[in-house]
Design a protein around this ligand. Sequence first.
Ligand code: CA
Ligand code: CA
Ligand code: CA
Length: 363
Amino acid sequence: MKYWMHLATCALLAMPVVALERPDTTFKIFQFPADMIPRVDGDPADWTMVPADYAIGIEELKDTVHDSPIDTTDLDVTVRVGWVKGLNRLYFLYEAYDDYWDFSHRDLHNDILEIVVDGDLSGGPLIPQLREDKGVNGLEGLDGHFKFHGVHAQNYHVLTPADGKPWTMVWGSNQWIYELPWANAAASYDFAPGESGKYTLEFWITPFDYAPHEGPARAVESQLEEDALIGMTWCILDYDDVNVKQQQFEGFWNLSHKTTMYGNASDLVGFRLMPLEKALREPVEAQWQFTVVDMNRRLIAFKDLSYGEIDSWRWDFGDGKTSTEQHPIHQYEEAGTSYTVTLYVEGPEGKARMSKVWDVIVR
Ligand SMILES: [Ca+2]
Ligand SMILES: [Ca+2]
Ligand SMILES: [Ca+2]
């Protein structure tokens, strides 16, 4: 093999591999504007702004355990997922029809919406039983559970409905993640156990890169960034008979088309954290941030973060100097705490300005 070919092969092998199920499909997570964050109260009215192509219906699901055909008189579900830029939370609206709502037992026998999330696409097993080194030094047992289970990707068994139970079970070693300030839920329904009907559930969860058993002190939230991909899936465990003694569900309706999504984050599907829809924005919005390059020389780098089609930028640095560069670097001659910095932007569809009074301080 020629040396350069060998190099090319090595480069290919070294590329990060995002192993997700359904690699040709990417689902979308709707970005709510900061002044329209959904109120978690079981009333779906605040989701009417979410366009139809964000709704994920039962036609995307597959019963990967029994291979049953879809029957919407047995189960029909739609899920919408949202996020808010600046918050590491995933919001959900779950709307479901079931011919038999099964929720009177105290144990695992309960209609369930199972969600698995891997915010940093770490992939790989998240339950000790699926580790390749299971059985080594007891990793399959309680050591594996407390040190590993659900730590780098999380599995929620959301109880639909939850009656005399918390809103969800966490299949992991870190039960603290299902309570405020990490999660919250509210449901609305009007049926008794064994009846049919419509169920509405609103909730949010916080995905974690690291969610240890001991609690949140050393935990690391997944940083949700616009346009980024996360791994996620859900499946619905449809129990349809309260009298069945064994804990056996009738349906396993899975968005990933691989059953082991429950315990392997490489079997999740890709979800994109979408930007704000155009209809929710002004045609031109001004925004910027800055970084101190060298405080001794009072050297500041300004970065334009404006939105829309823009063909002119004008910066007023507050010291009598200006720039028409998009991302200028400016040196202040004197220390000061009151440099009011303004960015004016303009394009064919409009103009805007962003002025910050107390942000830029040099000493
Ligand atoms: Ca609501
Ligand atoms: Ca059913
Ligand atoms: Ca059911």
